[in-house]
Design a protein around this ligand. Structure first.
Ligand code: CP3
Length: 357
């Protein structure tokens, strides 16, 4: 568990991460700054994704614009999961419509031995962007920093991009377990340093994205992924901030992911929130879990789904409203704004005001 600095404990979002009581459920969205938003697309007309990430003034502007337009309780710094690859010696680019492409993916122990772990300082542009956002909001919103989890980043490094079956990743994991462990250890060194920079810059909370952990069998997660993840979680918490651990397609994996020790677990939409939380014995806070594609429905249906999730959370301390995964391009912005309104207007059936009034 994270030691709590007292000056942070008053923010609704941070309080919920720590399972402290709040006046209402905090809400923010995965990929709240992205291609569904015209303001972002306007910036993208003039700058590449990597340019935006590396220019603290623009990254801060994109972060602030999205958080203000949606009126959410937390801002997530505009950056990308793959940025640390560059300072470890792996070049990549984002190709239109294809997602990320790593030019020379890792295939063997020699490639892994060659990875650099001493240049995390090159990522300082992310911290600079965080400083700007923090200076803008002056504590009115929670500030989320983030990084990838060892498994998800390793999978990009090995596959060279997105993957369907993770054949190369799992092959290396099964057949060269020492090299695999070395890779994860190296990632932990860089990611810890990267998270520390973000916390020093003013991040209130760090989210670790293990977006593709759902591809793993429980036993493989336990044997090959949990040990390094646990170390990263512990080291980030030792920086004095709560930690959110997020994955997709993780229904059966959640109790094992819980063992990594995060303060908050992200839930996707495939399991009802109450069931998932119960199966975790309410031993941590939870974040989620509206299907992002619900945002294409009519407002009445969206309202019903949002309120159903809040009903399932039943006013227990430690729920942060979010989607089960990121907002996709084409999502109507007004529907995202409507979700914020639906969360704010919600009165728990067990809430005294609702019962009597
Ligand atoms: O508002 C925010 O959420 C902050 C910004 C953010 C981006 N990437 C910017 C981005 C965050 C939190 C990420 C994390 C990230 N990056 C993840 C984990 C989140 C998840 O969805 O599970 C992953 C897997 C990546 C790697 C990545 N970056 C991929 C696979 C892609 C291409 C996929 C796609 O949607 O096209 C990206 C590109 C990317 N990163 C975009 C944005 C806004 C869209 C492309 C663009 O603007 O050109």
């Amino acid at each position: 568990m994270t030691p709590i600095p007292s000056d942070l404990s008053s923010h609704r979002f941070v309080r919920a991460c720590l399972r402290q009581p709040v006046d209402r459920t905090p809400v923010w969205f995965l990929r709240q700054a992205g291609r569904y938003m015209p303001e972002y697309m306007e910036v993208r007309r003039h700058h590449s994704l990597l340019e935006i990430c590396k220019r603290p003034d623009i990254a801060a502007e994109v972060t602030i614009t999205a958080a203000e337009k949606l009126d959410v309780d937390a801002a997530i710094i505009f950056a990308d999961l793959l940025l640390p690859l560059e300072c470890m010696g792996l070049d990549f680019e984002f190709q239109a419509g294809e997602g990320p492409v790593i030019h020379k993916p890792l295939r063997n122990a020699a490639d892994i031995n060659a990875l650099i772990t001493t240049r995390a300082a090159e990522l300082s542009y992310v911290g600079e962007a965080i400083q700007r956002v923090v200076a803008h909001f002056k504590g009115r919103l929670g500030m989320i920093g983030f990084c990838g989890a060892p498994f998800t980043l390793a999978s990009y490094m090995i596959e060279g991009g997105g993957s369907r079956n993770y054949v190369e990743t799992k092959k290396l994991m099964y057949r060269q377990p020492d090299a695999w462990r070395k890779l994860l250890d190296k990632l932990v060194i860089v990611l810890r340093e990267f998270a520390a920079q973000q916390v020093a810059a003013g991040a209130d909370v760090i989210q670790i994205f293990d977006s593709w952990a759902g591809a793993l069998a429980i036993q493989d997660y336990r044997d090959f992924v949990l040990p390094a993840t646990k170390i990263l979680v512990r080291e980030v918490q030792a920086l004095g901030v709560p930690l959110i651990y997020f994955g997709v397609d993780t229904a059966s994996l959640l109790p094992t992911m819980r063992e990594a020790g995060a303060d908050v677990l992200g839930l996707d939409w495939r399991t009802p929130l109450d069931k998932a939380w119960r199966e975790l014995d309410y031993s941590c806070a939870v974040q989620g879990n509206l299907d992002p594609i619900t945002l294409f429905a009519e407002p009445e249906l969206i309202r019903a789904r949002v309120h159903q999730i809040l009903d399932q959370a039943a006013g227990k301390p430690g729920h942060i409203f979010n989607l089960g995964h990121g907002i996709v391009p084409g999502t109507p912005v007004e529907n995202v704004q409507a979700v914020v309104k639906f969360v704010r207007e919600y009165k728990s059936p067990t809430h005294p005001e609702a019962r009597h009034g």
